[in-house]
Design a protein around this ligand. Sequence first.
Ligand code: PLP
Length: 261
Amino acid sequence: MSEKQGRVLIIAGSDSGGGAGIQADIKSVTILGGYAATAITAVTIQNTLGVSGVHPIPTEVVKAQARAVLDDIGADAIKTGMLGDIAMVETVAQILAQAGIPAVVDPVMISKGGANLLAPEAVDAVRSLMIPQSALLTPNAPEAEALTGLPVADLDGQRRVGEALLELGAAAVLMKGGHVPGDTVTDVLMTRDGETTFSGERLDTRHTHGTGCTLASACATGIAQGMPLEQAVARAWGYVHEAMRLAPGLGGGHGPLDHGW
Ligand code: PLP
């Protein structure tokens, strides 16, 4: 492991239930030994049963949060999550361009409970502004389908869509397999130099809230700490798997993961 602590600027939405979004991000970065700072894009009213309200933060306030962090504390990597609408995508894309540090982009679209966390008309902006700035893009199957128009029904589909996302300008794609049917879940890490797969038995649990946020943040932490990409993703994958396995079972719906407490 690198000796660098690793500062991660998280640009994402707040989940009042503490299971996903900024809260999952801060917990993951912290447990993995990194330093978490945040620029909050939206406040969601949320628990394990679902999202009952979304309150966007003004774009100039998001920009100011990022500037305050970057101008003083600095960051070794940025992780982006929920963006909400076109104006926020444009704002965050501008922050990434100015920061010039590796970005892990989680193209969050719809929550497991069905809430829209990205306006459908903002998908084009994510494709054109966020993907080319991604050191690592971490889509699930429905997100990859929306971004490319290609179906993702199996591992071959994951690979095809991963190639398409690399062609759109991502430096690396972690094409997640949680939404692809089968007893085994395979995530495929793809770069222009080749691929690495991460496979495990599908866990029989409803406590999967925040898995995407957690995985992306854990990857960003490793990158911030100076790990090679493959090592950062491997550690993140193991972290999420354990966090799901040990989930505390809180709430009546999709409960949060375990973050070592
Ligand atoms: N709430 C916020 C603020 C999020 O950023 C996300 C996912 O990125 C979610 C909810 C959805 O989490 P899940 O789909 O894991 O339930």
